[in-house]
Design a protein around this ligand. Structure first.
Ligand SMILES: NC(=O)c1ccc[n+]([C@@H]2O[C@H](COP(=O)([O-])OP(=O)(O)OC[C@H]3O[C@@H](n4cnc5c(N)ncnc54)[C@H](O)[C@@H]3O)[C@@H](O)[C@H]2O)c1
Length: 454
C-alpha cells in the first residue's frame, strides 16, 4: 500500500514543478530531500535599448536610494535633481557629478525638455501635487509610497494618469520581487488552500528607526525653503525638527500605517489580486517616543476583506511597534486551510501541517476520557516546510521595480503598481490612521474606491 504522506507530497511537488515551469521567472535548480524542499528562483538579465533620462525630486534618504537603483539599470541617466534643502543639492553634485542641473523648484525642473521620467521622493504631503504636475508636463512618474497623503487625494492622480497616458508607478518595490511573484503563484495553485487570514508585523527600537533623524547643523531659513515646503499645508514659522523629522507630524507624514503598513498592503494585494478591505479599525498609543510627535509609536490595525472574485473573505491583522525590545523583525504571513506562507521579497516558506492531531494538553486529556488511544509512538511524517529562495546575486525587488518601470516606458506598456493599485494600497493605510484618530471603524468600498459614510 502506498504511504499516504509520500503520495500527497509527490503530488504537491509535481504541482510545484508544473506551475514553476509555466512561470516566466523559471526554475533553475530543484533540490529536495526527505526533510526539506528548497527551490531556487531566478530572473533573466535585463537589456536596454534607448536611454531614459531621469530626474529626482526630493533628494533625501529614499530619493538617494531610488536614484542609485535606477542608475544601476542599464540605459538610464540622471540629468537633474530638485530639493528644498541646499545641503541635499550639494550632496547630489558630489554623488552624481557637477554637470547635473539642481534647483529648489520642482516646477523649474519639470519645464526641462531633456527629462523623460521623474522619481518623486519628497515627504508624503507633496506626492499628489508633484505627480499630477509632472504627468501634465509630459513626464513618466515613479512616486514613492504612500501614493497620497489623504484619502481625498487619490482620484485626481488616477484621472491624470488616465488622461495623460503616462507611466505612473508607486514605489512599494516588493511587488516586483521574486518572493512576491512566487507567493502569488503558489496561492493561485492552492498550495495553502483557501485563504482565511493574513498578518504582518514591523518591529523597531532605535532613534532613527523611530524617525528621530539627525538634523544638519546648518539647517536655517536660508538653507531650507520652508515657505515652499508648507505652501500646501498649515502655515507655521520655520521649524527644522518638523522639516527633517516630518514623519512625526500629520501635516507632512502618514504615521506608521502610511510609512510601513502600505508596503504590506501592496504585497498582499498583489499576491491575492485583492482590491482591499471594506472595514478598517485601529488601536494603539504613544508610549515611549515622547518628543512632540503627533502619531502613535504602537499601532494595531484590523482589516476585513470581503469575498471577491479573486479570493474568499479573510481577515488581516497588522502591527507596528517602535518600542519592541526584540527589534528589527518584520514579516508577512498568509494563512489558509491547508497551510501558511511566510513571504519576503527574496523568499517564500510554505508550512503545511498534514496532521490533524493536537498537542494541546486539554485536548489530549479529553481524548483519553473519550477512550481514544493516545500513544507517543513516533509516526512517519511528510515534509512540512518548503522554501523557495532567490538565487545568490539576485538584484532584488527594488531593482526589478525600476526595470518594470523603464520597460513600461520603452514599450508603452503597463505597470502593476499604477495609480489605481497605489490608491487601493494607500487607502486602507490612511483609513487606519483615520480610525485611530477618530476612534471608530472606517468603512470603505474597495471596488469603487469610495469612503462609506455611516
Ligand atoms: N519604498 C520604500 O521602501 C521607502 C523607504 C523610505 C522612504 N520612502 C518614502 O520616500 C519618501 C521620502 O522619504 P525619506 O525618508 O527619503 O525622507 P527625507 O526627509 O530623507 O527626504 C525627503 C526630501 O524631500 C525634500 N522635499 C520635501 N518637499 C519637497 C518639495 N516640495 N520639493 C522638493 N523637495 C522636497 C526634502 O528637502 C528632503 O530632502 C517618503 O514618501 C517615504 O514614505 C519609501
Amino acid at each position: 500500500m502506498k504511504n499516504k504522506n509520500t503520495s500527497s507530497r509527490r503530488k504537491f511537488l509535481q504541482k510545484l514543478s508544473a506551475s514553476s515551469a509555466a512561470l516566466a521567472l523559471g526554475t533553475k535548480a530543484l533540490a529536495e530531500n526527505q526533510e526539506k524542499y528548497v527551490e531556487t528562483l531566478f530572473r533573466a538579465p535585463f537589456s536596454a535599448n534607448d536611454q531614459v533620462n531621469i530626474a529626482l525630486i526630493g533628494a533625501g534618504i529614499m530619493g538617494g536610494e531610488d536614484t542609485r537603483t535606477a542608475l544601476s539599470v542599464p540605459g538610464t541617466k540622471l540629468v537633474a535633481v530638485c530639493d528644498l534643502y541646499d545641503g541635499r543639492l550639494k550632496e547630489a553634485k558630489t554623488k552624481w557629478g557637477n554637470d547635473i542641473f539642481t534647483t529648489r523648484s520642482y516646477k523649474e525642473l519639470l519645464n526641462r525638455s531633456d527629462i523623460d521620467a521623474v522619481i518623486i521622493a519628497t515627504s508624503d504631503h507633496w506626492h499628489q501635487q508633484i505627480s499630477i504636475d509632472a504627468m501634465k508636463a509630459g513626464k513618466h512618474v515613479y512616486c514613492e509610497k504612500p501614493m497620497v497623503h489623504s484619502i481625498m487625494e487619490g482620484p485626481a492622480v488616477i484621472k491624470t494618469q488616465q488622461e495623460t497616458g503616462k507611466v505612473f508607478q508607486v514605489g512599494s518595490q516588493g511587488v516586483s520581487s521574486l518572493g512576491n511573484e512566487k507567493a502569488r503563484e503558489l496561492l493561485k495553485d492552492g498550495v495553502i488552500g483557501d485563504l482565511n487570514y493574513a498578518e504582518g508585523f514591523w518591529a523597531r527600537h532605535s532613534p532613527t528607526g523611530a524617525w528621530q533623524y539627525p538634523i544638519p547643523d546648518d539647517a536655517s531659513p536660508q538653507t531650507v525653503d520652508w515657505e515652499a515646503y508648507i505652501s500646501n499645508t498649515t502655515k507655521r514659522s520655520f521649524d527644522k525638527t518638523r522639516f527633517f523629522r516630518w514623519r512625526n507630524y500629520l501635516d507632512y507624514g502618514t504615521g506608521m500605517s502610511g510609512d510601513l503598513f502600505v508596503h504590506l498592503f501592496s504585497s498582499l494585494h498583489f499576491i491575492t489580486n485583492s482590491f482591499g478591505p471594506n472595514k478598517v479599525y485601529a488601536a494603539g498609543g504613544l508610549r515611549y517616543w515622547l518628543d512632540g510627535r503627533e502619531v502613535p509609536d504602537v499601532l494595531l490595525g484590523t482589516f476585513d476583506y470581503p469575498k471577491s472574485n479573486a479570493h474568499p473573505a479573510f481577515n488581516l491583522s497588522l502591527r507596528c511597534n517602535f518600542v519592541d525590545g526584540t527589534s528589527g523583525t518584520t514579516f508577512l504571513r498568509l494563512v489558509g486551510s491547508l497551510g501558511s506562507m511566510d513571504i519576503t521579497w527574496d523568499s517564500v516558506t510554505v508550512k503545511r501541517n498534514k496532521s490533524a492531531d493536537s498537542d494541546d494538553p486539554f485536548m489530549i486529556e479529553q481524548m483519553k476520557r473519550m477512550g481514544t488511544p493516545v500513544t507517543d509512538r513516533k509516526r512517519i511524517v511528510g515534509p512540512e516546510e518548503y522554501t523557495f529562495a532567490a538565487e545568490r546575486g539576485y538584484k532584488g525587488g527594488p531593482y526589478d521595480h525600476f526595470v518594470n518601470f523603464f520597460t513600461a516606458i520603452r514599450n508603452k506598456g503597463k505597470v502593476v503598481e499604477d495609480a489605481v493599485f497605489g490608491y487601493r494600497a494607500a487607502a486602507p493605510a490612511l483609513l487606519c490612521n483615520d480610525s485611530y484618530n477618530q476612534d471608530k471603524a472606517m468603512l470603505w468600498d474597495p471596488e469603487k474606491m469610495q469612503l462609506i459614510k455611516k
